[in-house]
Design a protein around this ligand. Structure first.
Ligand code: BMA
Length: 371
């Protein structure tokens, strides 16, 4: 062997050792040491599926669509012949003791939907636009920068927040499968916190208080025996370094899944959108590998999908080279004609969405069936 090829072999060996070290040591773990068997299984399925591709998720997929509001239809199924693999659910207003969510879906229907998805081999993720416990306004009421402080221990709204948590925990404890076991769910509260449009946002509380809110909430749920939850943290987009992403990160000791939310605003925004996704996923997937977390694109979409090839020419190229568990597009409102993020039959991007679905590495419900 001459000197050049000898050097080449050495480089190859070290290169191989470097790669194999990284892939063999990346083993996402669950923060809660008391996680149930079902939760461990769900988590492991996510880890394994990540090696095969990226799951597609849709918010409120089963409970209403662009032109309907009955149970079990699904715009995604009507367009592609299959359901999403991940189903997002919204529980805002549950904490007030109401029986319908802020998006007018009954919590009984949500429970049934979660049970159906679990039995069908899909994944459930829950978001929470929690009402403002200090002002009595909704999640978007940012009139006070004292809300988080007021609901932490010793705050004057702490008791009120405890009542809200009680209501929420009762619902989460009612999510049982046919064997009576708690259904594992991905819970993603206090999202987009690096923006300032929710009462838990950046200009409305200190990083310390935001992190304390997470810890307090999870401790409360753990004490309730909610060992069926994987916790997802998703900031807003726009961060450009891992330090920036971690500024308000609640901590590896409680978080299982990390990601962010990013939307395309208009047709001219395509390049910026793709660039922002790529910057964000570079950071999030690197952190996930370092800290054994599962990375996701927690929320995304282009309202009304006015670009007929958006799925294969924008979204897919932006995410396809990343190892992430899932991407979730937002809801198809039944009562707001332009507020939809997945196609329905006849919508301009429907055929492109079928092409997206047929990509080898996009995973829908039939692709993620447990063995
Ligand atoms: C927002 C919009 C609202 C909705 C809220 C909670 O992004 O879709 O219409 O009430 O999410 O689901």
């Amino acid at each position: 062997m001459n000197k050049i090829s000898y050097t080449f072999v050495i480089i190859m060996i070290f290169g191989y050792l470097g790669c194999s070290k990284q892939s063999s040591s990346y083993q996402p773990t669950i923060a809660n040491p008391n996680a149930t068997t079902e939760t461990k299984n769900l988590h492991e399925r996510m880890v394994q599926l990540m090696k095969r591709g990226i799951m597609y998720g849709h918010q409120d997929d089963l409970v209403y669509g662009h032109t309907w509001k009955t149970e079990g239809v699904s715009d995604v199924k009507q367009v592609t012949g299959d359901f999403p693999a991940v189903f997002g659910w919204e529980i805002g207003d549950l904490e007030l003791g109401k029986s319908y969510s802020l998006d007018s879906v009954s919590f009984d229907e949500i429970r049934k939907g979660i049970q159906w998805v679990d039995a069908a081999g899909g994944f459930n993720t829950i978001s929470w636009h929690c009402n403002n416990p200090l002002t009595g306004g909704n999640a978007w009421d940012v009139s006070s920068n004292q809300v988080v402080k007021s609901i932490l221990p010793n705050g004057n709204k702490h008791e009120a927040y405890l009542k809200m948590l009680e209501q929420t925990a009762d619902f989460l404890l009612s999510l049982k499968d046919k064997n009576g076991a708690l259904i594992p769910v991905i819970f993603r509260p206090f999202h987009e916190n690096t923006g300032s449009w929710f009462w838990w946002g950046k200009d409305l509380c200190s990083a310390e208080d935001y992190i304390a809110l997470w810890h307090f909430t999870i401790k409360f749920f753990n004490q309730k025996g909610l060992n069926n939850i994987l916790y997802a943290y998703s900031s807003a987009s726009g961060f450009t370094t891992s330090d920036e992403y971690l500024e308000r990160y609640p901590g590896d000791d409680i978080i299982d899944i990390i990601g962010f939310d990013e939307y395309q605003g208009n047709v001219d925004d395509k390049e910026n959108y793709m660039q922002s996704i790529s910057t964000g996923l570079d950071i999030v997937t690197t952190l996930a590998k370092q800290n054994n977390k599962i990375p996701i694109l927690a929320e995304t979409g282009f309202e009304s999908i006015p670009d007929s090839s958006w799925w294969t020419a924008t979204l897919w190229p932006a995410i396809k080279d990343y190892q992430i568990s899932y991407v979730l597009t937002w809801r198809n409102a039944h009562d707001r004609a332009t507020h939809f993020y997945a196609p329905f039959p006849g919508q301009g991007s429907a055929s492109d969405f079928v092409t997206f679905k047929n990509e080898k590495r996009t995973l829908f419900m039939k692709d993620v069936q447990p063995e």
